[in-house]
Ligand binder design. Structure first.
Ligand SMILES: [Zn+2]
Length: 384
């Protein structure tokens, strides 16, 4: 198969700066529309905030009337910011070097979107057709939690279909489960006193230190998940005190909890409080403020759609791709949990290349992904 089309489309998408923050997916709408025009896609725009655009592009099955299954392809158009000083390449002027295409979003995940669109061209040139309706959800705001993108689509009842492919970077492995995330600020309160007699006050720093030891890398006692392992807690930031000569009145911790399927916002907060209380600090006073919450999600590994995606990848690479879990969240969680649609994450990028300087995607992988998606479109729903 020819690499030119998928490389050109990835490059065109990467050349539009869609950094989030601030986020401006409106800027890339034209490139998406042009790419989908040959397939007669019916396009709906959803723009819940100025410039924060998601496109729903329904590519009709050419066979016409008979009802067909619908396969959603969900890909985010936004990318994470760049620290240009750390790049050797221009992040928004993609270049091809020794089989690697460099640029922000090549791996995460404009390359995956390009491969899924290019797959339609692959089928067309081969005189083949998708067996299903293919509906692209090219969405805003995934990198900041998805509230202005897939979450909006889901809340408005626009996420409907029989299955969903999310071409986020997995090196074409098949991801069916993601851990959830709780970010909490814990502010520990003390009572100030003179630094020359530390026992006259109550040190928020001393108490916070005990809390850190009780939480960081703690075993929360859960049964490990076969694909996601254990839930974790990382104390990622600490800040407190007002000077060497004062017993600290306040100390703030920022805690990153990664959660297993089943944990809700309330249960995750309750577990964290239990663990903090287990630090055994008498008269501990603290406030807990949830900054971010996204629940875990999973699809059973032997779901028929998982098997179909694996078969499509294997038909191209000659190897059965492994089924994996990921330690972070993607928009697949809205599709799985809020819209109740089976979703699989499988894309050409390498997760090691996501969010790094001089991000790249391997052209061979883009080509394989394009061919694998073509196989999936041609077989989805056929034979159950
Ligand atoms: Zn991504």
């Amino acid at each position: 198969m020819d690499a030119d089309e998928v490389v050109a489309l990835t490059s065109a998408l990467v050349a539009v700066d869609t950094r989030n923050p601030p986020g401006n997916e409106r800027a890339i709408a034209g490139v998406c529309r042009d790419a989908l025009a040959p397939y007669r896609a019916a396009i709906t725009e959803v723009e819940p905030a100025p410039g924060r655009l998601s496109l729903i592009a329904a590519v009709p099955h050419p066979g016409g009337e008979a009802p067909r299954p619908t396969l959603i392809v969900n890909g985010h158009l936004d990318v994470v910011p760049v620290d240009a000083a750390g790049w050797e390449h221009d992040p928004f002027r993609p270049v091809l070097e020794r089989g690697r295409l460099f640029g922000r979003g090549t791996a995460d995940m404009k390359g995956g979107i390009a491969a899924a669109i290019a797959a339609l061209g692959t089928l067309k040139r081969a005189g083949r057709e998708p067996a299903c309706n293919v509906v692209f959800h090219l969405v805003a705001d995934e990198e900041r939690g998805g509230a202005l993108g897939t979450q909006v689509l889901s809340e408005r009842g626009l996420v409907t279909g029989d299955a969903c492919l999310v071409p986020e970077p997995t090196s074409l492995r098949v991801c069916v489960a993601e851990r959830g995330l709780l970010v909490a600020d814990v502010t520990v309160h003390g009572r100030p006193g003179h630094g020359s007699s530390p026992r006259d006050g109550v040190s928020a720093i001393e108490h916070a230190a005990a809390v850190v030891l009780a939480i960081h890398a703690a075993d929360f006692g859960d049964t490990p998940h076969p694909l996601l392992g254990h839930p974790t807690a990382n104390v990622g930031e600490i800040e407190g005190g007002s000077g060497h000569n004062t017993v600290a009145e306040r100390c703030r911790l920022v805690i990153d909890r990664r959660l297993l399927p089943g944990a809700t916002r309330d249960s995750a907060v309750a577990r964290l409080r239990t663990q903090i209380d287990a630090a055994g600090v008498p008269s501990l006073r603290y406030d807990l403020d949830v900054k971010v919450f996204g629940e875990a999600s999973e699809l059973v590994a032997d779901h028929p759609f998982v098997l179909q995606v694996r078969r499509a990848v294997a038909a191209v690479t000659g190897e059965e791709p492994p089924v994996i879990g990921m330690s972070f969240t993607t928009d697949a969680r809205f599709v799985r949990n809020q819209s109740g649609i089976p979703a699989v994450v499988c894309g050409p990028g390498d997760i090691e290349q996501a969010h790094v300087n001089d991000e790249w995607v391997a052209v061979d992988r883009l080509v394989d992904a394009t061919a694998a998606y073509a196989e999936l479109f041609a077989s989805f729903g056929v034979g159950g």
